[in-house]
Design a protein around this ligand. Structure first.
Ligand code: SAH
Length: 406
């Protein structure tokens, strides 16, 4: 029944759906991305008795997140009656993958369309990026559609449409990408691509460095980290999940305490006057307050360092004096420094620092005891690098709007 409804939805031409939302088949709520508590509540709501709840939740959790199954019928150790009841009330529908791009360096980018909140309307879109390296595979996921921060060097900040992703939508990004990479039992990995060394799962690390400011969506990010790191399901260690923030100081302590993830901070400047311009959020939470919050970040130790990201902008923040000041500022914080060559985008008001300048900067940082700090840009040819994410579809749609209005 659900299957039929889904097929029908996908073959109906979009304009008909958009004009007559009441004609669209009513979508059942998807359990994909639910927390354990939400899953238990969903089971209780369809009559699973209290005494069975724990056991059933564990069983179904394992099917959804460990096996990555798409249909309740595949839940072999769940009785037929419960499977039928599940299928009558819920789905395991995923967000739709709209497009996939493969970079010459093996980086992959997917544009993902989320389910629409309004019946029949087209859902919002986010991008996520997979970066395979010899010893790890990193998935870069989004926490918001667009971003409100307006950092002047970041393409995402120029996107108008902004909303928080739900915890389910955050988790679903990992699930759909694992499917694409053939990384659930019984699936086959793609033939055309570099995957990390043998014995590794393709995705070993998650970074919240896609679209959005994760700490402006703290509750959902915290919940999502709980699901991603659950040992009976998706099983990513919290030490391999990094949340990157532009510096939302009041939420940082709670992130460490409640999500237990690793922290990355987008610093980018060593003086408030410059950081105010690059990262306008600095006017609210200046460098000193930000670094104080880092000093007291729960769980930061030499084995669990905070990553400081620093984008290299030609003639703006890349002098040797600034490198020395950076080292001075970070004294006493268990830190890693990640120098990111600026990734250009059409119309960007900055250029990337010259290679010599980056090397000089990096040597000063290296001599102060920070190892291999330059991040190689990955996936530049498919606009998948840091700060380049902005949905192509959104640009096309904006262009169509302009034409319609003229
Ligand atoms: N809002 C969060 C996470 C998203 S951005 C944050 O600010 O940390 C992930 C990283 O990419 C941030 O360090 C961001 O400053 C950086 N970035 C953004 N645009 C960039 C660009 N064009 N080139 C290089 N790095 C960029």
């Amino acid at each position: 029944m659900i299957k039929e409804a889904m097929i029908e939805t996908s073959i109906l031409p979009a304009p008909v759906l958009e004009q007559n939302p009441q004609d669209a088949p009513k979508a059942l709520p998807s359990l994909l991305g639910a927390t354990r508590e939400e899953l238990a509540a969903a089971l209780a709501a369809i009559g699973v008795p209290e005494r069975e709840l724990r056991m059933r939740t564990t069983q179904i959790w394992h099917w959804i997140y460990f096996h990555g199954i798409r249909s309740f019928d595949s839940m072999l150790n769940v009785g037929k009656n419960l499977r039928t009841a599940l299928a009558e009330h819920y789905s395991l529908e995923r967000p739709q993958v709209i497009s996939e791009q493969l970079s010459t360096d093996g980086t992959r980018k997917w544009l993902i369309r989320l389910a629409s909140e309004t019946e029949g309307a087209r859902g919002d879109e986010v991008e996520c990026v997979y970066i395979p390296e010899s010893d790890r595979g990193t998935l870069c996921i989004s926490s918001q559609v667009g971003c409100t921060l307006t950092c002047t060097f970041c393409h995402t900040g120029t996107q108008k449409l902004v909303r928080n992703l739900t915890a389910r939508e955050i988790v679903a990004q990992l699930v759909v990408v694992r499917e694409k990479l053939g990384d659930f039992p019984g699936l086959v990995p793609p033939k055309d691509g570099l995957l990390p060394g043998e014995g590794n799962r393709p995705i070993t690390n998650i970074v919240f460095m896609g679209m959005g400011e994760p700490l402006y969506n703290f509750d959902n990010v915290r919940k999502a980290v709980g699901v991603l790191s659950d040992g009976e399901g998706l099983s990513l260690s919290r030490r391999r999940i990094t949340v990157s923030t532009a510096g939302v100081v009041p939420q940082m302590e709670a992130l460490g305490r409640e999500a237990g993830s690793m922290l990355a901070v987008s610093l980018h400047a060593v003086r408030d006057e410059l950081r105010d311009r690059l990262v306008p959020l600095n006017r609210k939470y200046p460098i000193k307050e930000l670094l104080d919050a880092c000093r007291s970040y729960p769980g930061a130790t030499n084995a669990r360092r905070i990553t400081f990201e620093y984008v290299m902008l030609k003639g703006i923040n890349d002098s040797p004096a600034e490198a020395r000041e950076l080292v001075r500022l970070l004294k006493g914080i268990p830190a890693k420094i990640n120098l990111i060559p600026f990734n250009p985008w059409p119309g960007a008001p900055y250029e990337c620092s010259d290679w010599d300048t980056i090397e000089r900067f990096s040597t000063i940082v290296f001599n102060a005891g920070y190892a291999s700090p330059v991040r190689t840009p990955r996936g530049r040819d498919i606009l998948a690098a840091c700060g380049q994410l902005k949905s192509e579809t959104e640009k096309l749609r904006a262009r169509a709007r302009l034409i319609a209005e003229s």
